[in-house]
Design a protein around this ligand. Structure first.
Ligand SMILES: *Cc1c(COP(=O)(O)O)cnc(C)c1O
Length: 375
């Protein structure tokens, strides 16, 4: 079965009793036991819930893994994955990765770590220590859209006996299947493309090896940051149109990237050549508030991967928790804007950006958003 077909059929055939095509939303917290020592397979919904199980099985199939696990958010999924490691361990991570992942590792888990440019396999190799347990990679990176060489990283991590964990949020299994290339674990913020409609926060892990899947299921049940059944239903509904959406996100992003590359006020466009995400730096920092206040179709909002085009200012939004000096060094400057190109007619997206770049609308300075408001 081709992936586009598997996507459409995500969650079907789960209810032989009625033949329901849409997956039923099981709002049951607990399950009646048939007899002492017997179970229907469901005992308590933190451990297993039929709607969540339908999503978890679909995720495993789509990523080509042994097991899928659905969480309350992408951060909860990452937390579960990183809970495999302890204070005596060490992890290597992509230097310009999602700001929340930086915060989790550095500020909350205090997990010994090294940030490197994971587009350079030699840099990853050089960062490995005897106690390194995993390499955590985002590809393309966020917000600079640099692509990693996954086959080279697979070879290197296998040789070193460490796990390769790939955050596949930006490309989704429709465009990149890291487990098939030999990675061990895939992480998703399912909030983004998988669900795709900016109406649910969700996360996922998919693991290649069943034994590691067992360990992660133990962590999922033990920590308990599971995805609720209604939200699991929304992610399944999103998955059904993922192939169509990714095609349109990608074709729109290519056109928007071409438009921005030729715009005189744009200094540089970062686009990985696939997917719907891009970022661009404007020549003058004063253009940032002008564009954010001037867009009429594109929405100035955090997040990505939904049907609506969103524009983000990474320096104070997604990457605010990264120290300023480090942000500057990574190229996450006060002239960089990120676009999650939606599935609107791309001429409308381009004309909106054109008027915002050229306009003289009054602007509010957004560069000092309070820390409490950072996701
Ligand atoms: C949004 C995002 C996360 C965090 O996911 P949430 O669902 O917001 O918790 C992690 N990684 C990447 C690449 C993201 O874009």
């Amino acid at each position: 079965m081709k992936l586009a077909t598997a996507l459409v059929h995500a969650g079907t055939r789960r209810d032989p009793a009625t033949g329901a095509i849409a997956v039923p939303v099981y709002h049951s917290a607990t399950y009646q036991h048939p007899a002492l020592g017997q179970s229907t397979g469901y005992d308590y919904s933190r451990t297993k819930n039929p709607t969540r199980a339908a999503l978890e099985d679909a995720l495993a199939q789509l990523e080509g893994g042994a097991r899928g696990l659905a969480f309350a958010s992408g951060m909860a999924a990452l937390h579960a994955a990183l809970s495999l490691f302890g204070p005596e361990d060490h992890v290597v991570l992509t230097e310009d990765l999602y700001g929340g992942t930086f915060r989790l590792v550095d500020r909350l888990l205090h997990l010994p770590h090294t940030f490197v440019d994971t587009t350079k396999p030699e840099a990853v190799r050089a960062a490995l220590r005897p106690n390194t347990k995993a390499v955590v990679v985002e590809t393309p990176t966020n917000p600079l859209m640099k692509s990693a060489d996954l086959p080279a990283l697979v070879a290197l991590t296998r040789e070193a006996g460490v796990l390769l964990i790939v955050d596949n949020t930006f490309l989704t299994p429709y465009l990149q299947r890291p487990l098939e290339l030999g990675a061990d674990l895939v992480v998703h913020s399912a909030t983004k493309y998988l669900a795709g409609h900016n109406d649910v926060v969700a996360g996922a892990l998919v693991v290649r090896d069943a034994a590691l899947g067992e360990k992660l299921a133990y962590i999922q049940n033990g920590i308990g940051a599971i995805l609720g059944p209604q939200d699991a239903y929304l992610v399944i509904r999103g998955l059904k149109t993922l192939a169509l959406r990714m095609e349109r996100h990608q074709s729109n992003a290519r056109e928007v990237a071409a438009f921005l590359s030729s715009h005189p006020k744009v200094e540089r466009v970062h686009y990985a050549g696939q997917g719907g995400m891009l970022s661009f730096s404007v020549k003058d920092a004063a253009l940032v508030p002008q564009v954010l206040a001037g867009v009429r179709l594109c929405l100035f909002a955090e997040s990505l991967g939904g049907v609506e085009t969103l524009i983000t200012f990474p320096a104070t939004q997604t990457h605010a928790d990264i120290p300023v000096a480090r942000r500057e060094q990574l190229g996450i400057t006060d002239r960089l804007l990120r676009l999650s190109v939606g599935i609107e007619d791309c001429h409308d997206i381009i004309s909106d950006l054109a008027q915002a770049l050229d306009g003289h609308s009054r602007f509010e300075d957004v560069r000092h958003a309070p820390a409490a408001h950072r996701p």
